[in-house]
Design a protein around this ligand. Structure first.
Ligand code: ACO
Length: 444
């Protein structure tokens, strides 16, 4: 055996074990041989929230939290954001390589011509209350799509998987825009496949709601705004093993169809600690109100009463590279839309936080969500659609991670272990013999 090993001495038995180390990890199943007695099930590793567990081998996205690096298939995010397009990045994620001109043409055509949704889905959307949260509507309607494409269950068929990829990529913006139109009581705007991906989305969202005073009926999908959204979509396309991707891989590992699995991933993304954070940032900035009120808010955060939304990241312990790019794009968007006054509060908040020992010692920096909401708001998106604006571009990442999991011969249905700390065996007590609860015996 090479010196790429770990020697463990079990002090319970005095036995020594030598475990191979590969790619900086030991295999958790190698611990199973370490037993205190013959009927022992073997040693496990305990890792709540997967703080230090690699659960797959992946070739899709690389992050280095200390150096603030993010690469898709080896390409730095900064280069992709400057030179590529969202659909090209989706191709890169899915296939592993940048496309040739012909490949890109076929790909874009495939995505562009699946934008329509079945009329019955519209009726489904009509059933929601007028004030339903668009993310709740998206999560449900994406899952409902599975009933329209039952062949999607053929998850081993690569051609079938590619078609579902096209469908999900192209229908997510349509569902999102329809959910929004429903919530404002406006008629749905059908996809216009002559438009680019983000232009089409902006048109479905805002057609007929042009900015007040605008003389240009097309201003809602100006090239600058469409490109800004395209860049934001590139930045959100994948982020290796986060909460929603873990949900996608987990649900997919049971061979569930991709629509239902994407719905589960979107449900995970909905949470305020994940994709709901950009919405939380806007609410927080509005609540703070003025730059003069920032110090009091920071004090509440330091007392542990509040969290600074859009700050901190499980991986990035230096500046989130996506936040740097977004901050740059904010100025270009504001040239078209006018400056969002919340930006001043955000900039001041960042300045104060980055100068404060509480934040620097915990390595809390702005993450992707800190500035994205301010741009979205300036573009006219209502706050509660922000998590939806995360779910649309994360779709290619989820689907690529899902496929990688399915194609990995080492993967099986996800099934974590637990350490059981509950009662030992006990007999059922009939209802009339149970004692009233006292303060000491509270039920969970
Ligand atoms: N504001 C104030 N304090 C914070 C924040 C924050 N935003 N984030 C972390 N901390 C503090 C914690 O209180 C903790 O302090 P302690 O050591 O004194 O107890 C310490 O920093 C470490 O925090 P953890 O919660 O252990 O960090 P974890 O890696 O589990 O959490 C998370 C990461 C969820 C992103 C967290 O930083 C957070 O809640 N941020 C705000 C929500 C947010 O912006 N989420 C979006 C993330 S990006 C994305 O999902 C796309």
């Amino acid at each position: 055996m090479s010196n790429e090993t770990l020697t463990i001495t079990d002090n319970r038995t005095g036995r020594r074990y030598e475990l191979p180390i590969e790619h900086g990890a030991i295999r958790a199943t190698d611990l199973r041989q370490i037993k205190a007695s013959p009927d022992d099930q073997g040693l496990m590793s305990y890792d709540p929230a997967y703080m230090n567990t690699a659960w797959c081998q992946s070739r899709i996205t690389f992050t280095d939290g200390d150096r603030g690096l993010l690469w898709y298939r080896g390409y730095p995010i900064e280069q992709l954001a400057e030179k590529s397009t969202f659909l090209e990045v989706a191709y890169l994620l899915w296939t592993g390589e940048l496309p040739t001109k012909d490949e890109l043409h076929t790909w874009v055509h495939g995505v562009r011509y699946h934008t329509m949704i079945h009329e019955s889905i519209k009726k489904f959307l009509d059933g929601f209350r007028h004030d339903a949260h668009p993310m709740g509507m998206l999560v449900s309607t994406v899952a409902a799509l599975a009933t329209f494409y039952p062949e999607a269950k053929n998850i081993r068929d690569s051609e079938c998987r590619r078609i579902q990829f096209y469908r999900l990529m192209s229908k997510m913006p349509t569902l999102a825009a329809f959910a929004y139109r429903h919530s404002v009581g406006m008629p749905y705007v059908y996809p216009d496949n002559r438009l680019g991906y983000t232009e089409n989305f902006l048109n479905m969202m805002f057609h007929g709601r042009e900015p007040q005073g605008s003389l240009d009926p097309e201003s809602h999908h100006s090239p600058v705004l469409a490109r800004a959204l395209d860049v934001l979509f590139i930045l959100h396309a994948d982020h290796e093993q986060n909460c929603s991707t873990a949900a996608m891989r987990t649900v997919g590992s049971a061979h569930t169809d991709p629509y239902t699995a994407v719905s589960a991933a979107a449900a995970a993304l909905y949470g305020p600690l994940h994709g709901g954070a950009n919405e939380a940032v806007l609410r927080m900035l509005r609540e703070i109100g003025t730059t003069a009120d920032i110090p009091d808010f920071i004090k509440a955060v330091k007392r542990g009463e509040r969290r600074l939304a859009g700050f901190g990241h499980r991986v990035y312990k230096s500046y989130d590279p996506r936040a740097t790019i977004i901050k740059r794009w904010a100025d270009r968007v504001f040239e078209v839309t006018g400056r969002n006054p919340l930006l001043d509060i955000a900039l001041e908040l960042e300045k104060i936080a980055l100068d404060d020992e509480y934040f620097t010692s915990r390595k809390l920096y702005p993450n992707v969500d800190f500035y994205s909401g301010i741009i979205y708001e300036a573009m006219g998106f209502p706050t509660d659609i922000f998590p939806v604006l995360f779910a649309i571009p994360r779709t290619p990442g989820w689907l690529t991670q899902w496929r990688e999991n399915l194609e990995d011969p080492e993967q099986k249905i996800t099934r974590p272990r637990q350490i059981y700390l509950g009662h030992g065996r006990r007999d059922y007590v009939p209802l009339d013999q149970r004692e009233e609860l006292t303060d000491e015996t509270t039920r969970v």
